[in-house]
Design a protein around this ligand. Structure first.
Ligand code: ZN
Length: 270
């Protein structure tokens, strides 16, 4: 359901025409007067035809690297807006009952997931791709950006509500795809209960702990126009990714070992 559209087979000797459909799509949709119109514009463009070009790699005879798919998997991604963009500071609106289970909503959710994966994010909220709806996606596998993060299966949460289970908090070192090269330390509730709809409108109630709970709270903040630096209590903890890895990561990961043992994450596939 979240895979890209199948693409036609081409010839090895020709390069299929490539256009950046998602950027076109968002540029047009950016002219929308409101979120509903944006949904309609996005939906209209989805039916324009093949959404994604095919990139074919050329190698001299005998120089082809290890067997690999001849046709690159299409990666439909949306531009991630950056701190300073007004959508990041506004409260996103609820998805309406009429919008649930529609192809338009599924398309937005699929684009959100693909964009999150392409950026190696642990989560991505719709406002981060300039869609002001209460939707976010989360997924943590073997993520090079967050090697210490417990595994969290893919979920797309629509109209989520996050309740802390207790007053207990932990110190969470966070970054954000909308705030380039910055990390900071802030408190997050250790355990939360999350009530949400999936894109088909079915309700789910789940409990998350540790870093997964932190991810839920970080993404929920995006739906309310809050960014992680707003919650950083000690500005001296702000650092770049390079400085985080060089001077802070080991000590911080050590400090949260009990938390990682208590909330080890979900079992991986296989
Ligand atoms: Zn973020």
């Amino acid at each position: 359901m979240y895979g890209g559209k199948p693409v036609g087979r081409g010839s090895l000797t020709e390069r299929a025409p490539y256009r950046a459909p998602d950027q076109l799509r968002t540029r047009r949709a950016r002219g929308a007067r409101n979120a509903v119109e944006k949904l309609e514009l996005l939906a209209a463009e989805i039916h324009l035809g093949p959404a994604h070009g095919v990139i074919i790699h050329h190698y001299p005879p005998g120089r082809c690297p290890a067997p690999r798919p001849r046709y690159a998997r299409p990666v439909p991604t949306l531009p991630i807006v950056q701190i300073g963009h007004p959508t990041l500071r506004a409260r996103a609106r609820e998805v309406t009952a009429a919008e649930l289970a529609t192809p338009e909503l599924h398309r937005i959710c699929a684009d959100l997931v693909e964009t999150m994966r392409a950026a190696s994010g642990a989560g991505l909220a719709a406002p981060q791709v300039d869609i002001p709806l209460r939707i976010f996606a989360v997924e943590v596998g073997d993520n090079p950006r967050y090697p210490y993060k417990p595994r969290l299966g893919l979920r797309v949460l629509v109209n989520p509500i996050v309740h802390p289970v207790s007053e207990e908090t932990y110190a969470s070192y966070e970054g954000c795809l909308s705030i380039p090269d910055l990390r900071g330390l802030l408190p997050r509730h250790t355990e939360v209960e999350v009530t949400y709809l999936d894109p088909d409108g079915y309700e789910h109630v789940e409990r998350f702990g540790g870093l997964s709970a932190g991810t839920m709270q970080h993404e929920l903040d995006h739906l309310d126009g809050v960014l992680f630096p707003d919650r950083v209590e000690d500005p001296s903890t702000l650092c770049t990714w390079e400085m985080f890895r060089a001077y802070r990561q080991d000590a911080w990961v050590e400090s949260i070992q009990p938390l990682l043992e208590r909330f080890p994450g979900e079992a991986g596939p296989g």
